[in-house]
Design a binder for this molecule. Structure first.
Ligand SMILES: CC(C)(COP(=O)(O)OP(=O)(O)OC[C@H]1O[C@@H](n2cnc3c(N)ncnc32)[C@H](O)[C@@H]1OP(=O)(O)O)[C@@H](O)C(=O)NCCC(=O)NCCS
Length: 259
């Protein structure tokens, strides 16, 4: 697997290097209790992140940790895991990277778990990131994806906490789909002999499907309409419409009956 070479702007790279060197020295040279070094470093990181009335470009008299925080608020100075994948469309990703970074850092701020604000915030950003977003999109915190531009949501989709939507090969989510906490949906996999061979078959989740907590759906599977994936299941094959599947590998336990 070939990874891409990425870097920040020159000043940020210089400060990142100095920050890591200085921190390592303070933690290990025995001049200060490492607990105090950690306490002071975290204080500087968080007090800078929460704002001290300075502009992010006024860095002259700041400490190195503070400078590093300010650099890291700028999407041009950070890299994300998907940016290293050779199959990324770098142009499409670059167009949405600022919105992706804003979403991820918002989630990690005190605002991110305030559902009153955060649902509206994510609904506002979602069309700028994903291939398609239908009506009433609702997304809880700590949801991650790979590229964003290969991910589409129908109407009335709810995505719960800590979900991973790996859209490298594409994920299509239909209407009225519920995705519970800690679900993983993939659209890439690796050859079992040669890790550098990556396959990216698209994964589709049909209308009305419920993927329940801690389930995993492997790349390329097609989940039929109104199916339900039981908690903890690993879906390795297509799921028929209306089937309730459970276990590893997921097998049909029941078929929904409609009167
Ligand atoms: C899939 C699920 C809906 C099945 O519920 P159910 O129809 O009430 O099924 P039952 O409890 O009657 O179980 C039927 C059989 O499947 C087994 N089973 C049920 N859920 C299972 C699961 N997730 N994994 C493995 N086996 C499971 C039961 O042990 C039972 O086996 P048995 O017949 O040998 O005793 C349920 O287990 C589940 O995963 N619920 C998730 C909860 C949910 O909706 N979360 C989303 C919230 S947003």
């Amino acid at each position: 697997m070939t990874y891409r070479e990425l870097s920040a702007q020159a000043l940020a790279e210089k400060d990142y290097k100095a920050f890591l060197e200085e921190l390592y020295r303070s933690l290990t040279d025995g001049r200060k209790d490492p607990n105090e070094v950690v306490r002071d470093t975290l204080f500087e990181i968080y007090s800078t992140a929460s704002g001290q009335g300075r502009s992010p470009t006024e860095m002259d008299n700041l400490s190195l940790p503070a400078k590093v925080v300010l650099h890291s608020l700028d999407p041009r100075n950070i890299t994300t895991e998907p940016e290293y994948y050779a199959d990324i469309d770098a142009k499409l990703y670059a167009e949405r990277k600022p919105f992706i970074w804003l979403w991820q850092m918002f989630d990690r701020s005190p605002l991110g778990q305030n559902a009153l604000l955060s649902h509206r915030f994510r609904r506002m950003l979602a069309p700028l990131i994903f291939r398609r977003v239908g009506e009433n999109f609702k997304c809880w915190h700590f949801v991650e994806w790979s590229f964003g531009y290969n991910l589409s949501f129908g109407d009335d989709v709810v995505v719960h906490r800590h979900v991973l939507l790996d859209d490298r090969g594409g994920i299509e989510i239909g209407n009225n789909v519920s995705i519970s906490d800690y679900v993983n949906i993939y659209s890439h996999t690796h050859d079992i002999y040669d890790i550098h061979r990556v396959f990216t078959p698209a994964t589709r989740i049909g209308d009305g499907v419920r993927v329940t907590y801690h389930a995993t759906i492997l790349a390329g599977t097609q989940v039929g309409e109104h199916a339900m994936i039981g908690t903890g299941a690993v879906v390795t094959r297509d799921v028929e419409p209306n089937h309730i599947v459970v276990g590893i590998p997921a097998k049909t336990a029941k078929v929904k009956e409609f009167k």
